[in-house]
Design a protein around this ligand. Structure first.
Ligand code: NAD
Length: 295
């Protein structure tokens, strides 16, 4: 299949590599020329605009940083909707607010284009390994069309409902993740301060009612889980600034829905302070540093 892939960053580039490996012909566009060159060497074709990439493809996939980029890539003068043929399916995998996902999809529908949202979880490791989870907001027909292609980049492909519901699932999950990491940080740091061995404490939590992913897979205390970013200086995981972005999306969506997210708002402020300290590039589990004496 001819696939336009727009947005080839930390996530998009490995996803595109998996599609090339699966035998698709990729029309690539990004502002970063070096990633285009690298993927062209694997057999991809470089386009000069989203419009050109879309015009030459049977499916359009985007993986961009935030809502403003999604709007400009789809709705801009040289954007996807300026070039795409009616009937061509499209999917935005960026993490953005549900309302932007719906707005851009409505604009696409006016041109006979079925556009869904499918934010992912699994991080850069999952993108490289082809084991991402896709949370898909789309019509049933679009979901059916996209499923085989998504299965070449991911392992769990979940139809969440109509357009925008993929984004809802993603921001609710990350709201909880951001909060739970802070909870685990408080408990681990308190245990240490009171004098229990942190590995023993983690073992108790992980077989008791406090157990959660932030504790049993990604524990923020260094050395408790050998594969967690805490064991390698909080590098190579999910950056605190990305968590901050997702908490911003969740709290803004909550504001619009007049729904309280008390702990989410506090969590957002704690990650904001972390970012201000210049630590936004570290893995988000480094939030625990706010509970420990500096080494
Ligand atoms: P990134 O910043 O590494 O990549 C974004 C890419 O988009 C860059 O290559 C950039 O040059 C390109 N871009 C920006 N504006 C563009 C434009 N107008 N036209 C074409 N290309 C443009 O970001 P990422 O880590 O790949 O994340 C992408 C999305 O996935 C984000 O919404 C992020 O929240 C989400 N996400 C990231 C992770 C992760 O672990 N990195 C995990 C899950 C979801």
């Amino acid at each position: 299949m001819r696939i336009a892939f727009i947005g080839l960053g930390n996530m998009g580039a490995p996803m595109a590599r998996n599609l090339i490996k699966a035998g698709h012909t990729l029309q690539l566009f990004d502002l970063n020329q070096s990633v285009l060159k690298e993927l062209a060497e694997l057999g991809g074709h470089i386009s000069t605009s989203p419009r050109e990439a879309a015009a030459a493809s049977d499916l359009v996939i985007t993986m961009l940083p935030a809502a403003a980029h999604v709007r400009s890539v789809y709705l801009g003068e040289d954007g996807v909707l300026a070039g795409i043929r009616p009937g061509t399916p499209a999917l935005d995998c960026s993490t953005i607010d549900p309302q932007t996902a719906r707005d851009v999809s409505t604009a696409a529908a006016a041109q006979g284009v079925d556009l869904g949202d499918a934010p992912v979880s699994g991080g850069t490791g999952g993108a490289a390994a082809g084991t991402l989870t896709f949370m898909v907001g789309a019509t049933a027909a679009l979901f059916k069309t996209l499923h085989p292609v998504l299965a070449q980049m991911g392992r769990n492909i979940v139809h969440c409902g109509e357009v925008g519901t993929g984004q809802i699932a993603k921001i609710c999950n990350n709201l909880l993740l951001g909060i739970s990491m802070i909870g685990v940080s408080e408990a681990m740091a308190l245990g240490d301060a009171l004098g229990i061995d942190t590995k023993v404490l983690a073992g108790i939590i992980n077989s008791s009612t406090g157990r959660c992913w932030s504790s049993d897979t990604y524990n923020p205390w260094p050395g408790v889980i050998e594969t967690a970013p805490a064991a390698r200086g909080y590098t190579g995981g999910f950056g605190a600034d990305l968590m901050l972005k997702d908490l911003g999306l969740a709290t803004e969506a909550a504001r619009q829905a007049k729904q309280p997210v008390v702990l989410g708002a506090v969590a957002q402020q704690l990650y904001q302070a972390m970012s201000l300290r210049g630590e936004g590039g570290q893995d988000f589990s480094a939030i625990i540093k706010g509970y420990r004496k500096p080494e």
